[in-house]
Design a protein around this ligand. Sequence first.
Ligand code: NAP
Length: 292
Amino acid sequence: MSSSGTTARLLPGGPVAERVLAEVAEDVAALRAAGVTPALATVLVGDDDASAGYIRIKQRQAAELGFASPHVHLPASSAQADLHRVLEDFNADKDVHGVLVQYPIPGHLDYDRALQVLDPDKDVDGLHPMNMGRLALGLPGPLPCTPAGIEALLAFHGVPVAGREVVILGRGATLGRPLAMLLAQKRPTANAAVTVVHTGVADWPRYTRRAEILIAAAGVPGIIQPEHVRPGAVVVGGGVRYEGRRLLPDVDESCAEVAGAITPRVGGVGPTTVAMLFRNAVLAARRAAGLS
Ligand SMILES: NC(=O)c1ccc[n+]([C@@H]2O[C@H](COP(=O)([O-])OP(=O)(O)OC[C@H]3O[C@@H](n4cnc5c(N)ncnc54)[C@H](OP(=O)(O)O)[C@@H]3O)[C@@H](O)[C@H]2O)c1
């Protein structure tokens, strides 16, 4: 589909991430001035090129923001207990404030079990069961990065959410489910009427077509087509699948002809997710230092 028919306003994530990262850099500088060097540790298991590349990017960004970033690289043949030992060491190290285990890990290892070993206060992905529980109860703690990034993106672009009908396609643990909890919270940038649809709702387009804000979180390329979108609605593409390095989004580009505003195919939700990771890390350092 050519872009000539595009009518929707674009909602890029880049400027949102820039603003969040500028705040993170200020917080890092304040911590350093108080004698605390915030540290975000990274763990890579195995030799997957793409994962090693993502870790390098995050380490470079961590250094630019002023974080220390201790790194452990475990061989692909590592046992579950080896990974747990690394996490327990980071848990015990009071100079480490956040820990990131690069996903995916080799197939013989269990990511969810490893996540449960991590100190929830150091869980910068915000996906530890304790943090999902905190989110459900509205207690402070690290927020899941992609949902928090989507809330920030909508707020940054002046999209009102409070009181509006939000429909999320997908109830996965990293995106749809925590996003539904987040956007239903009683806060000015949330406070929405949230509906979640999934494979159990055969006629899900009935719901998406009435959404004022439609958020795709399925990971099924092209699942959202123009006929699923209410004219003038805000459409956020969170779900993606990768084929090699090729990114295949849930939201078909032609939806821009029906939507009032839409995230771009590339540079939408992704940059905000990474920014939230660093925000979680600096907030963890602030909490550990007794500053918040
Ligand atoms: N942009 C980013 O930075 C970023 C970050 C994290 C994740 N993501 C993406 O977000 C997506 C969701 O992640 P996740 O871990 O939450 O996913 P997940 O656990 O795979 O969940 C996918 C959800 O989509 C629903 N679904 C799948 N196919 C469907 C269909 N044909 N009709 C209706 N519903 C369907 C599933 O329904 P059932 O529950 O009924 O199976 C499930 O609830 C993935 O594509 C992931 O790559 C993006």
